[in-house]
Ligand binder design. Sequence first.
Ligand SMILES: [Ca+2]
Ligand SMILES: [Ca+2]
Length: 165
Amino acid sequence: MLIHATRIGALIVVAATIAAFATTTSASPSADVAVSANPPVVSFTAPDSITEGEPAVFTFSRVGGLSSDLALNLDFFLEGQFLQDDEIGELWFAAGEAEAVLSIPTEDDGTPEPDGYIGVHLQPRYYTPGASQPYYPESPVYLEVVVRDNDRPAGTTVAGPSPFD
Ligand SMILES: [Ca+2]
Ligand SMILES: [Ca+2]
């Protein structure tokens, strides 16, 4: 958690710096400024927890222009050995769509293990000529889904010693 807090804190500092810069440079009107004046706002939701074997589903919504597709800038944070695939793909809204779903499958293995989590940090994207469409994330920009292990032997309490140790 310390690493997350530090990283997000640093990103907020960067965002504030860029916003201040934009304010001082947007005085001259142009077509570019008009395009970037009202970028979509993106928010997302996720369940608090799942059991291993269930997918971790993050559901993203955008408000604003829907006419073009919109790629999202995501960071992932993982704890545990439950991912079926080492890679998590990119996510984008299709043109005309206000919702995009990221479903990350997890594996129902047979190994007793500590609970883990999958965290997603939705980063902003600011206007850059020739780059992907900008958007703003709506708070909260970081969500974490706890992945619960289901392999604790029957009759073993959480606090007690494991017979497999
Ligand atoms: Ca299992
Ligand atoms: Ca397990």
